[in-house]
Design a protein around this ligand. Structure first.
Ligand code: HAM
Length: 426
């Protein structure tokens, strides 16, 4: 038997394993539907881009020394010898489409969202998958701090609607591109004399992607970092005001925020505001979502010089937190009626009846194989079905159907003409 590839999973109508509960379709539909209604309240429209792009798009935008680009990309050569990559994230793809389609001509601010699978070759562990799904937004063209706040509030609105609690918002500013570069140099100058004491990963990053050392979890690195220069001393007044604007707006809406000067994120395109939302209900991989401002990215990829803000949030983790916090999710939709015919004539009739009732908007299924009545009834009883209708020769002659109401365990004979009325939900 060929088994599923490592690090990926199926989403099924029912997952028989207790630890697979988060992989059930109805939960995904529930979260996705909530996302779709909220994004429309906030004025975002959906964008869908292909799951693969030219590799160069990602190396240029995510950054050549990042973990994603150096270790995690699914890159392959197609039959035409083109180098392609399964998208590891959505922002670069949206920028590419925006530039290619010249979307800036359609207005000054563009608010786009996506729900899409992403691919990263990561070490397999709880909460970390080689194909994960992100809800992402990209707001292009607005430099106001209200834009930053609006996106973060949208993500919190999602969590609130889903009933997810006890979240922490970590917020930082990286200043503008010059501030970021100046700080990176200062951090390098501070760490260089201690190079030998740094962890292996941090030694590799020193000079290549020095800022990433800031979110190292290594204890020795952390001790050194405690005395490191702070980004706050390098951020210009204008950027500080922008950041204060974001913080005070979020506070007005009672968002619990923590300013974390060590937060840099794993992708190079960010500047100014960066954020991450974590939940203690998750294990080591506790980031439910994150993002920030990336004002120079569109321009660096050959587009207009437009400021932008966005985030990505992992659906797997959102659903896992939902279940871990014991939230009730609306019931799986039930089948209104399951028809069991007895005999060929009844089968013909049931099939026609099924199609007619479906046209009227009822969810119907029927027994099509010639299984014994008891067997069909038993399998119907194990499913989420409101009514079971049994139709034999006798019923057919009298234009009635035997209707069993499963929740009440009652049954009565219903004339065909009254069937739709009985099936209507209260
Ligand atoms: P990211 O932080 O790399 O950002 O990913 C966003 C979220 O996706 C994470 O917070 C996490 O919930 C989820 N995630 C990432 N990798 C995995 C994985 N291997 N398994 C499960 N979940 C995962 C970005 O991708 C940026 N494009 C976000 C953004 C949009 N920034 C601006 N606009």
């Amino acid at each position: 038997m060929v088994q599923i590839a490592k690090g990926v999973f199926d989403i099924l109508p029912h997952d028989p394993d207790q630890e697979g509960q988060w992989k059930q379709t109805y939960l995904w539909h529930y979260v996705e539907n909530t996302i779709r209604s909220l994004t429309s309240l906030y004025g975002f429209s959906e964008i869908r881009t292909p799951i693969f792009e030219k590799t160069e798009l990602f190396t240029r935008s995510i950054g050549e020394t990042t973990d994603i680009v150096t270790k995690e990309m699914y890159t392959f050569e197609d039959k035409g010898k083109r180098l392609l990559t399964l998208r590891p994230e959505g922002t670069a793809c949206v920028m590419r489409a925006f530039i290619e389609k010249n979307l800036q001509q359609l207005g000054s601010v563009h608010k786009l969202y996506y729900i899409a699978p992403m691919f990263r070759y990561e070490r397999q562990q709880a909460g970390r998958y080689r194909q994960h799904h992100q809800f992402g937004v990209e707001a292009i063209g607005n430099s106001s701090y209200f834009q930053d706040a609006e996106c973060i509030l949208l993500l919190f609105a999602l969590f609130k609607t889903l009933g997810i609690e006890n979240l922490k918002l970590h917020l930082n500013t990286l200043g503008n591109a010059q501030d970021r570069a100046a700080y990176s140099k200062a951090l390098y100058d501070y760490l260089k004399p201690h190079e030998k004491d740094l962890s292996e990963d941090s030694q590799y990053r020193l000079g290549k992607n020095t800022l990433r050392i800031l979110d190292s979890k290594d204890l020795k690195d952390r001790t050194l970092l405690n005395k490191a220069p702070s980004i706050m001393d390098f951020v210009t007044r204008e950027e500080q005001e922008h950041f204060e604007g974001v913080c005070s707006t979020l506070k007005t809406f009672k968002i619990p925020l923590v300013i974390n000067p060590f937060l840099v994120r794993g992708i190079d395109y960010y500047n100014k505001t960066v954020f991450e939302i974590t939940s203690e209900s998750l294990g080591a991989q506790n980031a439910l979502g994150g993002g920030g401002r990336y004002d120079g990215l569109l321009h660096s990829l050959g587009g207009a010089d437009l400021p932008s803000f966005g985030f990505g949030a992992g659906l797997e983790r959102i659903i896992q937190v939902l279940l871990a916090q014991g939230k009730t999710v609306p019931e799986k939709p039930m089948l209104d009626l399951y028809l069991i015919p007895v005999g060929d004539k009844a089968k013909q009739h049931c099939f026609a009846l099924m199609q007619q009732l479906r046209e009227e908007g009822f969810s119907i299924d029927m027994e099509m194989q010639d299984r014994k009545l008891q067997k069909s009834l038993k399998s119907a009883a194990s499913k989420a079905i409101r009514f079971v209708g049994i139709l034999g020769e006798e019923e057919l002659n009298q234009n009635i159907i035997m209707l069993k109401e499963m929740a009440k365990n009652t049954q009565d004979q219903v004339p065909f003409a009254n069937l739709s009325r009985r099936l209507k939900r209260a």
